[in-house]
Design a protein around this ligand. Structure first.
Ligand code: PLP
Length: 393
């Protein structure tokens, strides 16, 4: 009997990683399982990035680096924000971390006190609420349903703010819904936030490049430049460059907050892996056409999957703007089958037809499931055939 800390008892293990693990276990036991739970591109890391890592090893870049990352990589991040977003940052306003998740955790550790409230638009990426709880803060959810394309309105935002609100998460394009905010929508949210200077805005731009909407990418710093000193941009190379295993993320924001995040990092992980930093440097400064190719494939799969799922009785999903996820409403099928909730639905589908999906309640949106299309078209077709069979039983 080990009485663990209140801190660790307050959180759950990542549900998306749990689904992947369950699917892997079934596979290892000889079952023919299709896993659409994963949150990573199926493509290999581009060759020129791998070459840069090999060269880094041979050049002896195998030692500690500066805690906040090598200057060349921080400069590459600055250049990226200039090139893609027309935003200007200084070296003291950039931090390199061991993945996007690490950047977010550093931010919450540096900014939040117990009792502080964190606004989390739902459906949300699974880790925001638990990371907030880890530092003693309280997640407060703003529900956005399918009819509003899973995006919050300025009215909803205004109604959710209290004197205790210290942080707002924004994630566009969104994991799990695939929808993105337009610049105009972000400007309207900014108008509300302008009235509440105590709130810091955490903009998670992890899927910036995986976008095919008929409007260009925007984050709230681009939509409301006057708020830049209250915005932390969070991103990384994991998704755009198929580099999930390399663990490089980055943050950009006001120097005092970045310095506090760096302090947190200095007493926990120290620098992210030196070799991975050199690989990320190649990714950010090299030929960006690898992204275009992956996005083209994701879009084709998206179009196939959304159409196919909408043809299944009791399932409904909307067209996404980007990412490699689609979020399907399954309430009608749950009711038809007499299943109590989306968790039971996912369990039944896995047990009976061997398709692993993540229940929507993991993302704060019961009555849904998330399907990842970071897998080849043939596998998606087989998954659709199995879900159709499940639906028609
Ligand atoms: N933010 C969002 C919205 C994500 O979906 C993910 C990964 O799933 C991350 C951040 C974390 O990325 P990383 O693997 O770089 O930690």
């Amino acid at each position: 009997n080990y009485p663990l800390s209140d801190r660790i008892n307050a959180i759950q293990p990542s549900p998306t990683l749990a689904v992947s693990q369950k699917a892997a276990e079934l596979k290892a036991a000889g079952h023919d399982v299709i896993g659409l739970g994963v949150g990573e591109p199926d493509f290999d890391t581009p060759e020129f990035i791998k070459d840069a890592a090999k060269a880094a090893i041979d050049a002896g870049h195998t030692k500690y680096t500066a805690v906040d990352g090598i200057t060349e990589l921080k400069q590459a991040v600055i250049d990226k924000f200039k090139r893609d977003n027309e935003l200007s940052y200084k070296l003291s306003e950039i931090l390199i971390s061991a993945g996007g998740k690490h950047s977010i955790f550093n931010l919450l550790s540096a900014w939040l006190n117990p009792g502080d409230e964190v606004l989390v638009p739902a459906p949300y990426w699974v880790s925001y609420p638990d990371m907030a709880k880890l530092v003693g803060a309280e997640p407060k959810f703003i529900q956005a349903g399918i009819e509003q394309r899973y995006k919050i309105t300025p009215e909803q935002l205004a109604a959710a703010i209290t004197p205790k609100t210290r942080l707002l998460f924004l994630n566009s394009p969104s994991n799990p819904t695939g929808t993105a905010y337009t610049k105009e929508e972000l400007a309207a949210l900014a108008e509300v936030l302008r009235e509440h200077p105590q709130i810091l805005i955490a903009s998670d731009d992890m899927y910036e490049h995986i976008l095919w909407a008929d409007f260009p990418f925007a984050n709230i710093a681009m939509a409301a430049p006057d708020l830049q000193d209250r915005i932390i941009l969070l991103s990384g190379v994991s998704k755009a460059y198929a580099m999930t295993g390399w663990r490089i993320g980055y943050a950009a924001g006001p120097a005092p907050i970045i310095a506090a995040m760096k302090k947190m990092q200095s007493q926990s992980t120290s620098n992210p892996a030196s070799i991975s930093q050199h690989a990320a440097l190649a990714a950010l400064t090299g030929d960006q056409s690898c992204i275009t190719e992956m996005v083209r494939a994701f879009k084709l799969r998206h179009d196939y999957l959304v159409n196919a799922l909408n043809a299944i009785p009791g399932m409904r999903c909307i067209e996404g703007d980007g990412t490699f996820y689609t979020f399907a409403n399954i309430e009608v099928m749950m009711a038809d089958k007499g299943l109590a909730d989306d968790v039971e639905w996912c369990e039944a589908l896995l047990k009976e037809n061997k398709v692993a999906l993540v229940p929507g309640s993991a993302f704060g949106a019961p009555g849904h499931c998330r399907l990842s299309f970071a897998t080849d078209l043939a596998t998606l077709e087989e998954a659709v055939a199995r879900i159709t069979e499940f639906a028609n039983k």
